[in-house]
Design a protein. Structure first.
Length: 212
């Protein structure tokens, strides 16, 4: 949910707030590389930290350790924003990402004849994306307030729908990138090019198959 309190009349949730976009993966992968790769992808798409407009998105980190340093669970929260294209003074996009990592342990795998120290466990991600309609602040005084609904409907209705579609597509693009990285099954109506980012995930159903 939002890092700051956005009034309901200015908050547009792209997915159902109670059923956000989700991804769950339980197998072998490099947790640090996965974390760093997502960070690079979001940086490339110009997402900013809410507090300082930099790439400091992590607002919470917590972990519970078991015997021998075994990580029973980890909870991580990222919150970020960026201006909507072409209407930076009127609309903002937000992205909240919640990581829940369970039973993460270190293991060794052999890749191209080399031993690699990676992780095995489960990671679940919940992703909220939403829009803030900043322009509505201009209608908070008593003289303009009666015109807020009319102005929104007649002037910004088409723009709002356009930005809802744009943020939805960007969020879906991010979800698809995560699935591609983790080698999860996807259903795409087009051919996909090889990812720029190398993938450090070895799901069981891919064993014996050549790299995509």
């Amino acid at each position: 949910m939002p890092d700051k309190d956005i009034p309901k009349d200015r908050h547009i949730e792209i997915f159902n707030a109670f059923e956000p976009a989700r991804i769950k993966y339980k197998d072998v992968f490099d947790l640090k590389m996965f974390y760093d790769t997502l960070h690079e992808w979001l940086l490339e798409y110009e997402w900013k930290g809410i507090g300082d407009n930099l790439d400091h998105w992590e607002t919470f980190y917590g972990e519970i350790l078991g015997p021998g340093g075994f990580k029973n669970s980890m909870l991580i929260t990222w919150k970020m924003w960026k201006p909507a294209h072409g209407k930076s003074d009127s609309f903002k996009y937000y992205l909240d990402i919640y990581f829940r990592c369970i039973a993460i342990k270190k293991i060794e795998v052999v890749k191209d004849g080399k031993k690699m120290n990676v992780n095995k466990g489960e990671v679940e991600m919940k992703i909220h994306s939403y829009i803030e309609e900043l322009y509505k602040d201009n209608f908070n005084n008593k003289y303009l307030k009666p015109f807020k609904k009319v102005f929104s409907r007649r002037v910004y209705d088409k723009t709002v729908k356009q930005y809802q579609k744009e943020l939805y597509q960007q969020t879906q693009g991010f979800l698809n990138f995560i699935k591609q990285y983790l080698k999860l099954k996807r259903y795409l109506p087009y051919d996909e090019y090889k990812s720029f980012f190398p993938r450090y995930a070895w799901p069981s159903h891919q064993k014996g198959k050549e790299e995509e």
